[in-house]
Design a protein. Structure first.
Length: 344
């Protein structure tokens, strides 16, 4: 009998390194191409290719009507964008930093968030407000605030906060397609960071569902819940603690509102310990909300120790680097919090 050659191994799914910046650019490009109602507006988004080069190449490809440079007037161009959404278009409104969205918070909250409810569902406002949020490096108090808790507080808005390139692309596409106003809080320090992206994640059909968290690392001893850049710090802390025999389960929230508390509860039931990590201020923060929801639900009965919050310092961000580092949660702060809750 003739021996048959073994079949060739199945090719592994193609995985590429893609930066968060390129993932966001991909998402915008694909959605502008997919739906002619989508357009991008904001300061420097067109001819300059974006202050952070997120919209690189889009003005040349889609022209003045689809990619629009605006004056430095957040209140003005946000109002134009909200009105366009009410009229049936699907604007993506970029803030150069979310600190400057304070100039337009009346439009975001009073005009965009509340209109669907106040019109008894007759008027949808399909708009995305996006841009860098939270601390960058050396940009002081007026450029470093995290607005996850601010916007997450308001009914009528959906609020997403990506960490990886997959998060960024999938959440932006889902946000543009959503019929509700969505606030997308990116992080400037992540824009240039490359992450692995599967072939599926790079397809034009890929979206990340809004309202669903992702378990980035399985563990059995303690649950770490975070969003945006601190997810990476949690994974670094988990790697260090694993060498000491402590297995952390790391949850990437992805969405602040609606919050996927079910995933957090299931993890707490398994690990019996909870640590939340965020770059924002402690009072009325995202971690405070998670702790309250766990305390009010059935998972509270599984806690073997009080939940612990790791947050930014309760001060306006200092400019000096050494003070800035002490105001932002570091890997060592997460390790300390884990050991504290595990009493080791």
């Amino acid at each position: 009998r003739r021996l048959r050659a073994a079949p060739p191994p199945c090719p592994a799914a193609a995985v590429s390194q893609v930066t968060v910046r390129d993932a966001l650019n991909q998402a915008l490009d694909e959605e502008l191409e997919r739906d002619e109602r989508v357009f991008l507006l904001g300061e420097e988004v067109a001819q300059y290719d974006g202050a952070y080069k997120i919209s690189r190449g889009l003005w040349k490809k889609y022209g003045d009507k689809r990619v629009i440079d605006t004056p430095i007037s957040e209140m003005g161009f946000t109002g134009i964008a909200v009105g366009a959404a009410m009229a049936g278009l699907r604007p993506v409104c970029e803030f150069m930093t979310f600190n400057f969205s304070m100039q337009a918070i009346d439009q975001v909250i009073n005009s965009a968030a509340k209109t669907c409810y106040m019109s008894a569902g007759a008027i949808a406002v399909p708009i995305v407000f996006r841009g860098p949020n939270g601390a960058s490096a050396g940009v002081a108090a007026q450029h470093s605030q995290c607005f996850a808790a601010w916007y997450g507080h308001c009914p009528g808005l959906k609020v997403v906060s990506p960490w990886s390139s997959e998060d960024a692309k999938g959440l932006l596409k889902a946000s543009i397609r959503d019929d509700n106003p969505v606030v997308m809080l990116e992080n400037e320090l992540l824009y240039g960071v490359p992450f692995e992206m599967s072939e599926q994640a790079q397809s034009k059909d890929f979206v990340v569902p809004i309202g669903k968290a992702k378990i980035e690392r399985q563990g059995t001893h303690v649950t770490l819940v975070s969003h945006s850049r601190p997810v990476g710090h949690c994974l670094e802390a988990a790697a260090v603690l694993a060498k000491e025999g402590v297995e952390c389960e790391v949850i990437n929230l992805r969405t602040i509102r609606p919050m996927d508390i079910e995933t957090v509860e299931a993890s707490v039931v398994k690990t019996n310990h909870l640590v939340t990590v965020e770059g924002g201020w402690p009072q009325f923060g995202v971690g405070a909300e998670i702790c309250a929801r766990i305390m009010e639900g059935s998972a509270f009965n599984y806690l073997d120790a009080p939940a612990v919050r790791v947050t930014g310092a309760d001060v306006p961000m200092p400019y000096a680097k050494i003070l800035e580092d002490n105001c932002i949660p570091q890997v060592k702060d997460i390790i300390f919090a884990v050991k504290k809750t595990l009493n080791i």
